[in-house]
Design a protein around this ligand. Structure first.
Ligand SMILES: [Zn+2]
Length: 383
């Protein structure tokens, strides 16, 4: 058959960094945190902006959270490296009803708001009271095992005191300072805490080994995705314009203020602009918005590691390369797209298929779920 165009679209995940601060002030010149750098306090409506973006796009963006200003009991006194106040940590200025309100927004929108581990205070305060960037590592290397354990433990304690659910499955290292390979302690402790997915800018992490692919790597069974530097919006830009350029990589990395408005009552005007921006990505044949973190992981792996052969109306998907890296299929399955053919039905004896066609697009999608988690080849007949 001629002109039959088939692809496994590259997934796009949306990540918001530094969600969780209540003060917006950038105090980095006074040995304090950068926070979000905006000139107003954050309010519960700012959490709703993340959830609303997810709801409108039918997906679950990652909110990479900083939790020190959610500490209702000042327990971070016990972790002096976590904040600029050290042992004298006092969060009373942030303890109030807005915590309950924001926690309720996060809980009731859990389908459209994923809590991603980012950190406690974002930087690391040394014994002399000065800080270095960032919380989990700096340019000289990773923090000690004892410190990393303490920070992970207290992150979860603050989640628990605010009833925010189980330990996060995903992680964004502060200032993207991370390590890949070399049996490193951070990856091991994250994995032991239940984290399965990391995204960071590969150019900022220390590489003891090179990630296996341009857009992701597997380190000690941890999936590490390349965040890149798109779309390059200034980290503290609030209520600004949405970029025109389409994102080429697999992650749109934003900071929380980027979807907010200086007047929180107008947050949704900014959200609306971003919704249109992401919808335009989803209309591109070779791109698809990830439904969530695990769909992103699966689709990224299949997109990079599946070979497709086309003969007449029969497609053969070959997963030989996939099984060199993974020992079973992801239960989220994968999406295939087909252009230049009016596909009404697709059948396969090897997997469960669902044809989806969005009005207005010139291609059809086929969602594939694998019944046999070790299926090495899937044949699909189009009708
Ligand atoms: Zn950050």
């Amino acid at each position: 058959m001629q002109n039959l165009d088939v692809c496994i679209p590259l997934p796009l995940q949306i990540v918001f960094d530094d969600v969780g601060w209540w003060s917006g002030a950038d105090d980095s010149r006074q040995n304090g945190p950068y926070r979000t750098g905006i000139s107003r306090r954050h309010v519960p409506a700012d959490y709703l902006a993340v959830a609303e973006l997810g709801r409108r796009l039918d997906m679950r963006p990652q909110a990479a959270m900083i939790l020190c200003e959610w500490d209702r009991q000042n327990i971070l006194k016990n972790v002096p490296s976590a904040t600029w106040m050290g042992k004298n940590w006092d969060n009373s200025v942030n303890i109030g009803l807005q915590l309950d309100e924001a926690a309720e927004i996060i809980r009731s929108n859990s389908k459209h708001f994923e809590i991603t581990l980012h950190g406690l205070g974002h930087e690391f305060w040394h014994k002399d009271g000065t800080f270095s960037r960032a919380e989990w590592a700096d340019d000289t290397g990773l923090r000690s095992e004892q410190e990393i354990k303490l920070h992970l433990d207290y992150f979860f304690r603050i989640m628990a005191m605010n009833d925010l659910g189980g330990f996060p499955k995903s992680f964004v290292p502060c200032a993207f300072k991370y390590a890949f390979g070399g049996n490193n302690i951070l990856t091991r402790l994250l994995r032991e805490s239940g984290v399965e997915y990391v995204s960071t800018a590969f150019g900022c992490m220390k590489t003891f080994e090179t990630p296996q692919f341009k857009l992701f790597g597997i380190d000690d069974s941890m999936f590490v995705a390349e965040r890149g530097n798109e779309p390059g919006v200034a980290w503290h830009s609030i209520g600004g314009d949405v970029p025109e350029k389409i994102i080429e990589g697999c992650i749109c990395g934003l900071h929380w203020p980027n979807i907010l408005h200086p007047d929180p009552e107008r947050n949704m005007e900014v959200v609306e602009r971003w919704v249109k921006y992401f919808e335009a990505h989803n209309r591109i044949f070779s791109k698809i918005l990830a439904r969530d973190t695990f769909h992103h992981r699966a689709q990224l792996a299949y997109c990079s590691l599946t070979d497709i052969k086309i003969k007449d109306k029969e497609l053969t998907l070959d997963f030989s390369r996939f099984f060199k890296l993974f020992d079973h299929h992801f239960h989220e399955g994968m999406t295939l797209r087909i252009k230049n053919m009016n596909v009404c039905e697709a059948v396969s004896g090897d997997a469960r298929l669902a044809v989806v066609k969005d009005a207005g697009s010139d291609f059809a999608g086929i969602n594939i779920i694998f019944d046999d988690c070790r299926q090495r080849q899937v044949k699909i007949t189009l009708k």
